[in-house]
Structures are given as C-alpha cells and as structure tokens.
Design a protein around this ligand. Sequence first.
Ligand code: S3P
Length: 173
Amino acid sequence: MVSGNIFLVGPMGAGKSTVGRQLAKALGRDFYDSDKEIEKRTGVSISWIFEMEGEEGFRIREQKVIDDLTKLKDIVLATGGGAVLSDDNRRALRSRGNVVYLSASAEQLFRRTSKDKTRPLLQTDDPKQQIVELLDERDPLYKNVADIELRTGDQSIQHAVAEVIKQLENVGQ
Ligand code: S3P
C-alpha cells in the first residue's frame, strides 16, 4: 500500500509527466503537473512567461503553484525541473509527501529533449552543455529532497511505474 502524496522531481526529459500520469492511473490518484497548472492559471505558455517575466517571474508563479498543489491529499504531482532550486519548495515537497527523483544521464536527457522547443532554458547554442551544467547544479538538490531515486534508462514506462510503486512501498509513511 502506498499512502500520501507522491511528488516527482528531476531534470527536464527524465519522464516526470509521463511516469507521473501512469503512476497516478495505476494507484487511482489524481495527477497534477506544476507547469500545466501554471499555464492553466495564466492562460499562456511557459515559454511566454519566461519571455515576458524572465525566469524570476516564472519561479514566483511556480512557488505559488507548488505550495497550493502540495497541500492537496493523495495526489501524484510532477514538478518542473527547477522546482528544487527554492528552499520553500524543497521544504513543502519534503514535508507533504514522498518525493521520487527520476534521474537519467545527460546523454539520455539530451536525446529526449533535443527536438523540443517548449523549454526556454534549453534554447541555447549548446543545449547538451546546458544540460550538463544544470545537472551539476541540481543533482545534489534532487538527492537532498528525495526519498527514493529511480534511474530511468531504456526501460518501459510500465516498468518505471512498477519500480516506483515497489520502492515507495518500502519507504512507507
Ligand atoms: C525547467 C523545467 C521545465 C519548466 C521550465 C523550467 C527547469 O519543466 O518548469 O521550462 O528549470 O528545469 P520540465 O522539467 O517538466 O521540462
């Protein structure tokens, strides 16, 4: 039995939304995605928010959404890759549920995000290098906040979901 909230953290392209949605389905929970919630509340895309308000403005919106969503009960929440940068977000995630770090190699993350134009932080001349730098900075933060870490490789979504459930059963609450 897995009880309480489940929060997914990890870098862009780790599969937080895909795994999160299937995990919620398998457990009969409601699924939320913090980026989608921001887009729903503002009526515009994440890229547009970065363009208009910069990363700083986006992070303020992200913090509010994470504070609101982590107060819900028995949900699965996929957070944006930079959510762990904020102390307040890390505190909310740690204290209000079980945190799962979906990790992957820089190479895999690059492969999974290379065709995607919706992630403003990766629209640089050298997205691969950017992924490496973001991972260097954030990997300790993901580890700090997480109860369990699952390295996503070439396994199926179903396999990842089953593995998360198995590990969460061991963590208990
Ligand atoms: C970001 C990750 C994105 C989104 C925004 C910033 C980041 O979410 O929140 O573009 O700082 O890593 P995903 O991890 O869902 O792509």
